[in-house]
Design a protein around this ligand. Structure first.
Ligand code: HEC
Ligand code: HEC
Ligand code: HEC
Ligand code: HEC
Ligand code: HEC
Ligand code: HEC
Ligand code: HEC
Ligand code: HEC
Ligand code: HEC
Length: 288
């Protein structure tokens, strides 16, 4: 077993390497304004941009403002050359209309460094076959840089269902969030919004009302096995057992949460026990 510091170093390195690979394979860095003075643009005169570039707005989901090319691109012509530029650099260009997103980055405690300065890593500015004009399926976008997570999820026997059914943004906000690491809710609230029954035996659906844009199908949480906690929040995995509110004896300084015993992404067994321990070894971490 590696000491936690080493694991952290390895994890940060793998993300870093992912970013490098990504940069290397995506030479058109989107935050640099596009400056084009290529020959094909020399004589377009009054020709409409769409005459040649109709393809950019032909995919299923269209960015509602995409048809007006001049909203984001300028075109200037001189005798020698024509030049196409972005009217503003990214993310400023996007924030002129998406002020709520700008506020998220300013106000929320944790920011996704990959999104803060570059929106077009993940979004097409024009149109896409994916929802939210994403350039690819959400998980694939995330795996571009978080390849360690792809390894974990694909190599362990059991992947957590919502990753495949909905995607990484079930639990993570891809932009910014108040809970670390980029979680939409506090850990236990997050897990219990699908797996919890409140004391009145009612499904706990806090999750579904968090974000108007949530892409989680309305009844999805019905698929998740429920755990019942009593009025004091006790009762899992056994009668009166705590899942929160008391210190975690296996991690000095930390409180007990669902993550004291479960991995959120994948596991060797269906219960995805933390550290891929067997059940007895899990108990032994805290009860010797
Ligand atoms: C006569 C056809 C034609 C018209 C009209 C035209 N373009 Fe282009 N444009 C091209 C071609 C060809 C390329 C090069 C495409 C490539 O390399 O794939 C290009 C490239 C571009 C690029 C990418 C440049 C780069 O450096 O990567 C942008 C942005 C662009 N055009 C914007 C526009 C805008 C905005 C308009 C309208 C003002 C416009 N184009 C009108 C033919 C045209
Ligand atoms: C909301 C702002 C916005 C609007 C509106 C917009 N573009 Fe773009 N366009 C961008 C940005 C940002 C990039 C660079 C994106 C990237 O690297 O993926 C870009 C890149 C391009 C490119 C080169 C890369 C590519 O995707 O092929 C072309 C060509 C282009 N735009 C044409 C157009 C045309 C034609 C229109 C109008 C029909 C238009 N754009 C409307 C923001 C916009
Ligand atoms: C001129 C205003 C304007 C600009 C500039 C603009 N957008 Fe939008 N965008 C809109 C409007 C309007 C909508 C539809 C309403 C909404 O979802 O907020 C939208 C929707 C979206 C959506 C959601 C699409 C969906 O199907 O749910 C995304 C993602 C998005 N924009 C990203 C961007 C990015 C990235 C940029 C910068 C490259 C950008 N926008 C620049 C006006 C703009
Ligand atoms: C790391 C990938 C990624 C980056 C980078 C990114 N987004 Fe997104 N964005 C997403 C995903 C995934 C969704 C769908 C959200 C969901 O499933 O809940 C989304 C949704 C959106 C939406 C529509 C839904 C909503 O939450 O309002 C807007 C608007 C948007 N993004 C704007 C932006 C802007 C502006 C930037 C740059 C500052 C940006 N995004 C950068 C991944 C990204
Ligand atoms: C362009 C590369 C890139 C893409 C694409 C990307 N990320 Fe990241 N992500 C990063 C970097 C860099 C960090 C900061 C790493 C660090 O702090 O160790 C990060 C941090 C995170 C963190 C917080 C880690 C922590 O310990 O605080 C989460 C969670 C995360 N990303 C999830 C996602 C999700 C979900 C997606 C897809 C919607 C995604 N990322 C797409 C590069 C990326
Ligand atoms: C069911 C909710 C859930 C889903 C879905 C989910 N995550 Fe996570 N993720 C978490 C939680 C909870 C943590 C915190 C783990 C911890 O602190 O031990 C986390 C941590 C992370 C981290 C940072 C810490 C680490 O373990 O490296 C990254 C990066 C990350 N997730 C990426 C992803 C990606 C990429 C996807 C999609 C393939 C994804 N997550 C899907 C809940 C989720
Ligand atoms: C969006 C809903 C959703 C969220 C949020 C969610 N899960 Fe799940 N989870 C599911 C579904 C669906 C399954 C597969 C059906 C099942 O077995 O419960 C599953 C399966 C599981 C299983 C395996 C159950 C078994 O024995 O078959 C465990 C353990 C688990 N989740 C723990 C967690 C933890 C811990 C969190 C918080 C980090 C969490 N879940 C967040 C939906 C969710
Ligand atoms: C002290 C360790 C521990 C904690 C904390 C914990 N679990 Fe579990 N969990 C287990 C064990 C052990 C099992 C297997 C129980 C069994 O086989 O009867 C389990 C099983 C599950 C299952 C499958 C239930 C079923 O009916 O098969 C789900 C779902 C689950 N846990 C979710 C959660 C959620 C959500 C949290 C946080 C609120 C949580 N767990 C906190 C140890 C824990
Ligand atoms: C992450 C740490 C942790 C793990 C793992 C864990 N427990 Fe616990 N357990 C606790 C804490 C904390 C308490 C409350 C202790 C107290 O009140 O003194 C507790 C209480 C209990 C109690 C009640 C004891 C009493 O005083 O009434 C039993 C029984 C128990 N655990 C069994 C288990 C079993 C069986 C497992 C393995 C499936 C397990 N625990 C895994 C932390 C854990």
């Amino acid at each position: 077993m590696l000491p936690p510091k080493k694991i952290l170093v390895i994890l940060s390195l793998s993300v870093f390497v992912g970013v490098l690979i990504w940069l290397f394979t995506n030479p058109s860095k989107a935050s640099t304004p596009i400056n084009s003075s290529i020959a094909k643009h020399k004589k377009i005169g009054k020709t409409d941009c769409q005459d040649c570039h109709i393809a950019v707005i032909k995919q299923k989901n269209m960015h509602p403002v995409a048809e007006d090319c001049s909203g984001c691109h300028t075109y200037t012509e001189s005798n020698e050359a024509a030049e196409v530029k972005l009217v503003n650099s990214i993310p400023g260009l996007c924030f002129t209309c998406h002020t709520d997103k700008q506020e998220d980055f300013e106000k929320k405690k944790f920011k996704h460094v990959a999104a803060e300065s570059d929106c077009t890593v993940c979004h097409s500015p024009h149109s896409s076959d994916e929802p939210a004009i994403l350039k690819d399926k959400t998980n694939q976008l995330c795996f571009m840089c978080h390849s360690d997570k792809q390894d974990e999820i694909e190599h362990k026997s059991f992947a957590h269902a919502p990753i495949k059914d909905v995607g990484c943004s079930t639990c993570h906000n891809p932009h910014a969030a108040d809970y670390s690491p980029l979680l939409k809710l506090k850990v236990n609230e997050l897990c219990l919004s699908c797996h919890g029954l409140s004391a009145g035996n009612k499904p706990n659906q806090a999750f579904l009302t968090v974000n108007n844009h949530s892409q989680i199908p309305e009844k999805y949480s019905d698929k998740a096995k429920k755990i019942f906690l009593d009025g004091d929040g006790l009762g899992h995995p056994y009668f009166k057992h705590p899942v929160g509110g008391v210190p975690d004896p296996s991690q000095p300084g930390a409180m007990i949460t669902c993550l004291s015993c479960h991995n959120p992404h994948a596991g060797k067994t269906v219960q995805m026990y933390k550290g891929d321990l067997g059940k007895q070894a899990l108990c032994d971490k805290c009860h010797k």
